[in-house]
Design a protein around this ligand. Structure first.
Ligand SMILES: [Zn+2]
Length: 349
């Protein structure tokens, strides 16, 4: 376990809250740690558990060098148990939960707290959830359970109701950018922050996965679609490659830039490089700036609805949603822009 990663800059409030409760000996027996993925929930719980077990607990962080901290780093602390689906399995099995039950009922090796972390708690199957429920119903002294999940709605209500809740939300784009700028180049940060909806660890993952080039490809195809030079299917295929959710985030981001550019004098706008072409396309509007901005705002509402549809459990069809969104985009451009005139004035073939 890496003890130095968390708390991240966007987790300070949660850290203070938990630390206050721990110091006052009021920490709940079980805590449900929830929020979207990519926010560092597991790192937070790991660092906090290390602090709880640390033998030189003077500061607000684990010391990182005492015997206990070294054992935690090596994943071999006898009073810390980590539970997650086994490799290749989608579920947390009942045998795994039974091991935790045994652990909870043992006495602590170091004479202090005993901690069990259940990562991806929504993957508890019915039997393992019932087994865990018994442990939650009969708390033992100085034993703490942390259940971590991106999908709290999938947990049994009886489990949820026995846990204190600790929520994590995405930070502002400024905080997200600031953290990423210490790790990535500025142009990469510009690309991944909107695609990750300000979730810093997800953004880092996207940067590592080469999502930046794909995003440029998608926006280039969107620009061509706006000029009626490619069929809707071209950006639809690219959206499939980068993931439809990411494509919707790009569309939201680019339409925000366009609205800003349209409503301020184009010369003053500080549009980012990759969107410059598209801003030029939109400068050839045949309707008023106000009407164009309104059309884009309405389009953003459609994007927000589509995003909800994609996240719903009702088995959405991402490709169909994307086709419809991009068809609407090409209609918006056809009705608002003078593509022929723009091609002439820009000297394009
Ligand atoms: Zn320590």
């Amino acid at each position: 376990m890496d003890l130095s990663a968390a708390p991240f800059s966007w987790q300070q409030q949660q850290w203070r809250q938990m630390l206050g409760q721990f110091r006052a000996d009021r920490l709940a027996h079980a805590t449900l740690v929830w929020g979207e993925s990519g926010l560092g929930k597991t790192e937070f719980v790991s660092s906090f558990s290390a602090l709880m077990l640390c033998q030189q607990r003077a500061a607000e962080r684990a010391c990182g060098s005492c015997k206990s901290c070294l054992l935690v780093k090596n994943n071999s602390h006898p009073d810390l148990q980590l539970l997650a689906p086994e490799a290749g399995s989608k579920e947390i099995k009942i045998d795994q939960v039974r091991a935790v039950t045994g652990f909870v009922n043992r006495t602590s090796h170091a004479g202090g707290a005993k901690i069990a972390i259940i990562d991806q708690a929504h993957r508890l199957n019915n039997n393992s959830a019932n087994a865990l429920l018994k442990t939650l119903e009969e708390p033992t002294n100085h034993t703490y359970l942390f259940l971590i999940t991106d999908l709290p709605g999938r947990l049994k209500p009886t489990i949820r109701s026995r846990c204190q809740r600790l929520q994590f939300t995405a930070p502002t784009s400024e905080i997200c950018r600031e953290w990423l700028l210490e790790r990535l180049q500025a142009d990469v940060v510009d690309s991944v922050v909107p695609a990750a909806s300000n979730r810093p660890l997800l953004a880092l993952e996207l940067a590592a996965s080469g999502a930046v080039a794909s995003r440029q490809e998608f926006i280039a195809a969107l620009t061509d679609l706006s000029r009626a030079r490619v069929p809707v299917q071209t950006p639809v295929n690219l959206a499939k490659k980068i993931g439809e959710s990411a494509a919707i985030e790009y569309l939201l981001w680019i339409s925000s830039i366009l609205i800003k550019t349209i409503l301020t004098a184009p010369a003053q706008s500080a549009a980012e490089d990759s969107s410059l072409d598209l801003c030029a396309v939109f400068s050839a509007a045949v309707i008023s700036s106000r009407d164009l901005a309104m059309a884009l705002l309405r389009y953003q509402q459609e994007l927000a609805t589509a995003r909800k549809q994609l996240m719903s459990a009702a088995n959405p069809n991402p490709q169909l949603i994307m086709e419809s969104l991009l068809w609407r985009w090409s209609e918006l451009c056809r009705q608002s822009l003078d593509c022929d005139g723009m091609a002439l004035s820009n000297g394009i073939e």
